[in-house]
Design a protein around this ligand. Structure first.
Ligand code: ZN
Length: 297
């Protein structure tokens, strides 16, 4: 039941974008930036000495619009809420559009290519359940994507309802957390692991997860196909971890805009969250719910 393989850090991938963004509180500019979508960071799957079956980039990127380079830093759209604000309930108009399932394969995200000063918190597994965790999340106003494993949470699903009532969202981290599933299970076996958690989450938490995180982080084309077949919109890995009370970065030594951060429900939750908090504040980044930013809530 140990989850140590999620600790297996991925070596740094290539840095694909700068952190330049410019405050430009102009909604028209922000909307204009919607056209500038893709990708860059996504193919930097920074992968993985420990992740055996990566098969190429997360998805085939469409052509980048001119000036879509993320390090350009010229358009930095940061919108303020306004009367005509879109239904996205947050102060940032997304400047990235999640690619659709293509050829039956769910796209893969390890970070979100955005110019906005945001980071995304994800918390995995669900083995340790301590009311102090809920209190900490509440005190900081954090909302996170909770990649839960059915067999770890079904003894006390109500614990996670306390977090969803604060705005966090339950996502899919399989039925049994087999970190070797990408190598050991065929398509049908992987689909069963993923679809079983879809069913559980829908029945218990009232929403079908949109995002899938592979146990340990390793994925393959077969897994991407199974995730899409189970109704998931993306496979989500990470760029940085809060672990053992400190931050581990795949690239550089600080959080960057769009980073997806991995944590776990572990006894050291408070220390990990403190490390994460120090890091995102030091980087001037706000914690935003990934599902809202991607429009998959
Ligand atoms: Zn895990």
């Amino acid at each position: 039941m140990s989850d140590t393989s999620d600790n297996a850090s991925s070596p740094a991938g290539p840095a694909t974008r700068g952190s330049g963004y410019v405050h430009a509180p102009n909604r028209r500019e922000a909307l204009g930036a919607l056209a500038a979508s893709l990708v860059l960071g996504l193919t930097a799957c920074s992968g993985s000495g420990t992740q055996p079956s990566r098969t190429g980039p997360g998805f085939a990127a469409g052509p980048l619009p001119p000036g879509a380079g993320l390090s350009a830093g010229s358009a930095g759209p940061v919108s303020r809420p306004s009367a005509a604000a879109p239904k996205v309930a947050k102060p940032y108009v997304p400047d990235f559009q999640l690619p659709p399932v293509r050829d039956g394969l769910a796209p893969v995200l390890t970070s979100v290519p955005t110019r906005h000063p945001v980071v995304f918190l994800t918390i995995d597994d669900g083995i340790t359940k301590n009311p102090a965790m809920v209190a900490l999340m509440k005190s900081h106003g954090y909302r996170a994507s909770l990649f839960l494993t059915r067999n770890f949470v079904r003894g006390n699903p109500d614990f996670f309802r306390e977090l969803t009532s604060l705005g966090s969202v339950v996502e899919n981290h399989t039925v049994s957390h087999n970190t070797a599933m990408v190598a050991e299970l065929d398509y049908a076996g992987q689909l069963a692991e993923i679809a079983g958690m879809q069913d559980y989450a829908r029945q218990v938490y009232g929403r079908s997860p949109a995002l899938f995180r592979p146990p340990g982080g390793a994925y393959s084309t077969t897994m991407r196909r199974a995730a899409a077949a189970a109704g998931l919109k993306a496979v989500v890995d990470w760029k940085a971890k809060a672990n053992a009370g400190r931050m581990d970065y795949q690239v550089g030594n600080a959080l960057r805009p769009g980073d997806i951060v991995l944590m776990h429900f572990r006894p050291e939750f408070a220390a990990d969250l403190a490390a994460f908090r120090q890091a995102h504040l030091a980087a001037g980044l706000e914690v935003v719910l990934l599902e809202e930013f991607l429009g998959v809530l």
